[in-house]
Design a protein around this ligand. Sequence first.
Ligand SMILES: NC(=O)c1ccc[n+]([C@@H]2O[C@H](COP(=O)([O-])OP(=O)(O)OC[C@H]3O[C@@H](n4cnc5c(N)ncnc54)[C@H](O)[C@@H]3O)[C@@H](O)[C@H]2O)c1
Length: 280
Amino acid sequence: MTHHLLKGKRGLIFGALDEKSLAWKVALRAKKEGADITLTNTPVAIRMGKINELAKECDADVIPADVTSLDDIQTLFNKVTGKGNIDFILHSVGMSPNVRKGYPYTELNYEYFLKTLDISALSLHKLLQTAYRMDAINEWGSVVTLTYISAQRTMPGYGDMTEAKAMLESIVRNFGYYYGKAKRVRINSISQSPTKTTAGTGISGFDKIFEYAQRMAPLGNASADACADYCITLFSDLTRMVTMQNLFHDGGFSTTLASEEILNNLEELSFPDVGNFRNG
Ligand SMILES: NC(=O)c1ccc[n+]([C@@H]2O[C@H](COP(=O)([O-])OP(=O)(O)OC[C@H]3O[C@@H](n4cnc5c(N)ncnc54)[C@H](O)[C@@H]3O)[C@@H](O)[C@H]2O)c1
């Protein structure tokens, strides 16, 4: 169903790689709701992925930009604002070389760690600072980034992405303050359920994490399409007073301590007898 929630609005969407990407679903939904959108990703993702197919479907321009490069971001915003200011941005970007190369949390490569932070967190600050300096976002505009609950709760296997998400959510709060005061631009993060995308399934043990969350959450995991719906509400004028928030979109997972599905199946698992070990 279409509600024309974004009629007359212009948006910039980072991070659509293929049809599984969260950004892909958001782009399609934004178009359906009447928005005029521009897509961006790295040159290599544009070459190797399917973004040009999406662009065709959405009648959108594709502008390459590596989010770690201030020059690329500046060029991107120059091109996008050449046609006028924008009303919303989706930052749907994340990558950890440590996770990708299988370095465990206790054996991190620190150069890779800095890269993880740069791509997955600092990039939000870089694009916001560029937009702020250029006054590129219209009053009451909306910026949304995607995050994961490992920013607040420990999750084995998520590696240094956990630190990146904590930093990302902090940038949401702090830039949200300054941009809100100056231009009434709102900035929020959506903390999404595990979702079967390229970035998601790159996390070690992803299938089990997905299944666990599915059994814990009273509503089950939130799908990529549901995530897109939620993003649209945040880009729309219906949520004008929501800013600086980390919004859980996880079927209730984040506030569930245990579910019957998990508790009733514990006996299926075999636990090592750790009592003697603990007592020495
Ligand atoms: N899939 C999940 O389970 C899940 C859950 C919660 C949050 N998220 C977050 O959602 C966001 C989108 O991920 P996704 O799951 O759609 O996977 P995805 O792999 O489809 O998207 C990640 C995107 O980041 C882009 N990217 C990587 N490095 C970049 C760079 N240097 N410059 C510009 N773009 C770059 C990739 O090209 C890709 O398009 C990420 O921030 C991810 O952490 C995903």
